[in-house]
Design a protein around this ligand. Structure first.
Ligand SMILES: NC(=O)c1ccc[n+]([C@@H]2O[C@H](COP(=O)([O-])OP(=O)(O)OC[C@H]3O[C@@H](n4cnc5c(N)ncnc54)[C@H](OP(=O)(O)O)[C@@H]3O)[C@@H](O)[C@H]2O)c1
Length: 297
């Protein structure tokens, strides 16, 4: 009998190395997605389901949530609807607790719910800041920022006991740039990135990765005001180097990267998915831009 101990297989030898694509799988993970009834959040939920997660899906509208639940179940995964209005203090924490109870814990949280000022109401969505009212600011801050803080705080104890914890906050390219006509929205999205960076540092040794995702113009109900054609749409797209808006699935694939072990060494990052919108071109791009339909400032 040999007295030599067997040589351990180094985890990075080819035999032990998982295929890179397998690192995008989140089989058995328990995931909460807010704003999952439509748009980017629904696409994120379906991407996570395709990658193997069971889901709690949060939003206000029960019927739309049920449709997302059915789409997840069609993919062979469990899904639980959690209805609640994140504009109301206390709801974000309730949503987290209901989700954790339904799933038996949380490994992934994608906090995606968000609004533009005037979303769903008579207030113009794009308006000079001096013409907006403080109530519009408060509305946007309550949903986009206050609920984010509450949700992150409530998610912490659940993520801290997971061995694959990832928190993804849906910010926006608007939070990385000067964004006239959408100042309140942009301020909340910038604050989300700041919170993500702080939490990433604070929670790194607890095994919780925290990242932001920053989409640019994406085809959802939120951007329906701009249409698919016409002067406003053309003007908006003229500022996007790739010259088009994104489909929700293009943001969802980036969310899957951040949620999955594919991004195991990524934390405190703001991942931009904007077709180049936020890249400064120094005015040298030469792409002709139609005149702004707005008087800014
Ligand atoms: N679309 C874009 O161009 C774009 C670009 C950058 C960043 N984003 C960000 O991506 C996220 C999703 O945007 P989207 O375009 O998918 O928007 P969307 O189509 O308008 O969907 C918003 C989602 O959030 C939910 N929601 C809205 N207000 C809520 C509230 N008070 N309480 C609970 N849930 C609420 C909505 O469901 P209910 O109405 O049923 O509650 C819906 O599921 C947002 O954070 C947005 O800021 C979007």
């Amino acid at each position: 009998m040999s007295t030599t101990a067997p040589r351990p297989i180094h985890p990075h030898t080819p035999a032990a190395r998982p295929h890179p694509v397998d690192r995008y799988r989140v089989g058995g993970a328990r995931a909460l997605v807010t704003g999952a009834s439509r748009g980017i959040g629904r696409a994120v939920a379906l991407a996570l389901a395709d990658a193997g997660a069971d889901l709690a899906l949060a939003a206000r509208t029960t019927a739309a949530l049920e449709s997302s639940v059915a789409a997840v179940e069609e993919r062979g995964r469990k899904a639980f609807p959690v209805a609640g209005d994140l504009a109301l203090p206390g709801t974000a924490a309730e949503v987290v607790e209901l989700a954790a109870a339904a799933l038996g814990g949380l490994d992934i949280v994608v906090h995606n719910a968000g609004i533009l000022p005037g979303d769903g109401g008579p207030v113009p969505i794009l308006a000079p800041f001096q013409d907006t009212r403080q109530e519009h600011w408060v509305q946007v801050v309550s949903v986009n920022l206050n609920a984010t803080a509450e949700l992150c705080r409530a998610a912490h104890p659940h993520l801290a006991v997971s061995d694959q914890a990832s928190l993804v906050v849906m910010s926006s390219a608007a939070g990385l740039m000067g964004t006239p006509l959408l100042e309140a929205y942009a301020a909340t999205k910038a604050a989300q990135v700041s919170l993500v960076r702080s939490l990433a540092v604070a929670w790194a040794r607890q095994g919780i990765r925290v990242n932001a995702l920053c989409p640019g113009w994406t085809r959802t109900d939120m951007t329906a005001f701009a249409g698919d054609t016409g002067p406003l749409f053309d003007w908006l797209m003229s500022h996007v180097p790739m010259g088009r808006q994104a489909e929700p699935e293009e943001a969802a694939r980036a969310a899957l990267f951040l949620a999955s072990p594919a991004s195991s060494y990524v934390t405190g990052h703001a991942l931009v998915v904007d077709g180049g919108l936020s890249v400064p071109d120094g005015g040298l791009a030469g792409t002709p831009k139609p005149a702004s339909p707005f008087a800014v400032g």
